[in-house]
Design a protein. Structure first.
Length: 283
């Protein structure tokens, strides 16, 4: 993971992001009840008293106005706590009232999922939910997904922070440290992978343009393999890579592919628009 700081309290936030949702054994902490808040739409039903049944939206101050009870402050209560509170208030008017509450719309606590996922949308944050849980609600990754997830969080002081997480670490390795608990207002962004083109010419079996996803980290041998492999007259010790440097100038890199094939040197990573030319042996 890598962090990008935009404001103060960053180290504290980073620590909380990684550690607050997990026990020392790496197991997720049990998910607490969702806290009802402003903008949520709830159904209130009183068994046997249809006149008291209502659907109401929580005001910005966390209050609702109910028949018999008038204005009631319910912001920050969980569903069971609200049922208990309304039951206690109604005992002044009814004998052994039975109250049930159903949350129809979660508006006050949501996480926004965008980018290369199946169903980008705002999702309710019911209790403490992890990154994997929210991504599952969003239908998982689309075919265009890259290899990273970016979680963006707005801090209380107005500053922001971003956390970059490897999809491989989260989904394949299952590292609990990166399966972070999310907070209301978090933005989970899955950037789309970028298609890049590398040209392989000269003594290969299928010379031409080869397409790669940037996240696949294409290398010299991968590109040559995709071009059908070395031709019969290939001079493996005479491979050249042409590319533009940071200043936009053309440069040429000479590579002895024999050393890479023998494991004497590491394979070379390529860049978009690189041109690989495999020389020809002279008999």
């Amino acid at each position: 993971m890598s962090f990008k700081k935009k404001g103060s309290l960053f180290l504290l936030v980073a620590f909380c992001l990684i550690s607050s949702g997990f026990s020392a054994s790496g197991q997720e902490i049990p998910v607490p009840e969702y806290k009802i808040g402003p903008g949520d739409l709830i159904d209130i039903n009183v068994f046997g008293v249809d006149q008291l049944n209502t659907t109401v939206r929580i005001s910005e101050s966390g209050k609702v106005t109910l028949h018999l009870l008038g204005e009631v402050d319910i912001g920050g209560l969980s569903k069971p706590d609200l049922e208990k509170k309304l039951t206690q208030l109604l005992t002044k008017y009814l004998q052994e009232p039975q109250v049930t509450v159903f949350i129809k719309e979660y508006a006050s606590k949501v996480v926004y999922v965008q980018g290369a996922v199946a169903k980008p949308a705002a999702y309710p944050l019911v209790g403490r939910q992890s990154l994997r849980q929210i991504l599952a609600l969003a239908g998982g990754f689309s075919a265009a997904a890259g290899d990273e997830i970016i979680v963006i969080r707005q801090l209380a002081d107005g500053a922001g922070s971003s956390l970059t997480i490897s999809i491989e670490d989260l989904m394949i390795k299952g590292d609990p440290k990166v399966n972070i608990p999310l907070e209301a207002g978090d933005v989970v962004s899955v950037p789309a992978d970028k298609e890049i083109v590398i040209y392989v010419l000269g003594q290969v079996r299928s010379p031409g343009a080869q397409e790669f996803k940037k996240s696949s980290k294409p290398t010299l041998l991968k590109a040559i393999t995709k071009a059908g492999g070395f031709g019969d007259r290939a001079a493996k010790g005479d491979v050249r890579i042409k590319r533009k440097n940071a200043e936009g100038k053309d440069i040429e890199i000479k590579v002895n592919a024999k050393d890479i094939l023998k494991g004497k040197k590491p394979d070379m990573f390529l860049q978009a628009e690189d041109i690989i030319y495999v020389g020809e042996t002279i008999f």
